[in-house]
Write a new protein. Structure first.
Length: 272
């Protein structure tokens, strides 16, 4: 029986072969810059393009008309920018199980803003839905649905980031996975994810939202000084709420009908 490592290697080679085939046939264009203002003109965004200016997506943009083989959009503000804003106009960026839907490399000095529009924008079916690994890359995510991705839904390193009205559902690992310092999750929902709904490896983050029907835990906080308030954890496969790190606050939690326990387990400095 082939090992897991061999399976992963074969899968990588398979994807690489598809990519090379599509490049050879002209099905994939070389990624370029896109946005509403690229040297004074609007350049429509295609899969894998680098977003360099404030942009409102349109239904005719290739990135929302086609399934992306690998990357969706890469957000990279110019070095001198204060911020960059992506408005998804209620549209969906859809992948084929690989790459990242929206990868935020640089958001300007104040961080990037990604909003769904008047109705939720969607990031669906990538390897990971939304990713930012630099601590100051993202200022705000709002009115988004991130679902059906092979690994995590939203994977961010926060620095005072506001995540508002964002849903992460049916992802292959965690719904939300956060590292970094500071920030707020408000009116968020994590449901049907194969691991934990909301996983905090961060410090000083405020959380208010709902975790329902995740395969493992509803919410795990193993950072420090997080504030877990007004959280509903229901029908998760293991524990509703797990507090592991030191000096954490928790109040107004509703935890019920979870597989292992609804009570709040506490360890470290929170241990009785």
């Amino acid at each position: 029986m082939p090992s897991v490592g061999i399976h992963r290697a074969l899968r990588f080679l398979f994807v690489a072969a598809i990519a090379l085939s599509n490049v050879a046939s002209g099905a994939i264009a070389i990624a370029g810059e896109c946005g509403d203002d690229v040297s004074g003109s609007r350049v429509a965004c295609s899969c894998g393009d680098i977003l360099v200016s404030d942009t409102r997506l349109r239904p005719e943009d290739p990135v929302v008309r086609e399934r992306c083989l690998l990357e969706g959009l890469i957000v990279r503000a110019p070095a001198t920018a204060e911020t960059i804003r992506l408005d998804m106009s209620g549209l969906a960026i859809i992948g084929r199980g690989y790459g990242v839907g929206i990868r935020i490399d640089a958001g300007g000095s104040d961080g990037a803003t990604v909003v769904g529009g008047d109705v939720r924008g969607e990031v669906v079916g990538f390897g990971t839905g939304v990713v930012a690994t630099r601590h100051n890359a993202v200022a705000r995510l709002e009115n988004l649905r991130v679902r059906g991705n092979r690994a995590d839904g939203v994977k961010l390193r926060t620095d005072g980031t506001l995540i508002l009205d964002v849903e992460a559902s049916d992802n292959g690992q965690d719904g939300f996975l956060l590292t970094g310092t500071g920030g707020r999750l408000q009116r968020v929902k994590a449901s049907g994810n194969q691991a934990t709904g909301i996983h905090l490896r961060s410090s000083g983050v405020y959380v208010a939202g709902e975790t329902v029907g995740n395969k493992k835990h509803g919410i795990v906080s193993d950072g420090k000084e997080n504030d877990i308030a007004a959280v509903v954890a229901r029908d998760n496969g293991q524990r509703g709420v797990v507090i592991l790190g030191p000096r954490q606050r928790f109040d107004g939690i509703v935890s019920e009908s979870n597989g292992l326990a609804d009570a709040l387990p506490r360890r470290g400095e929170n241990a009785p």
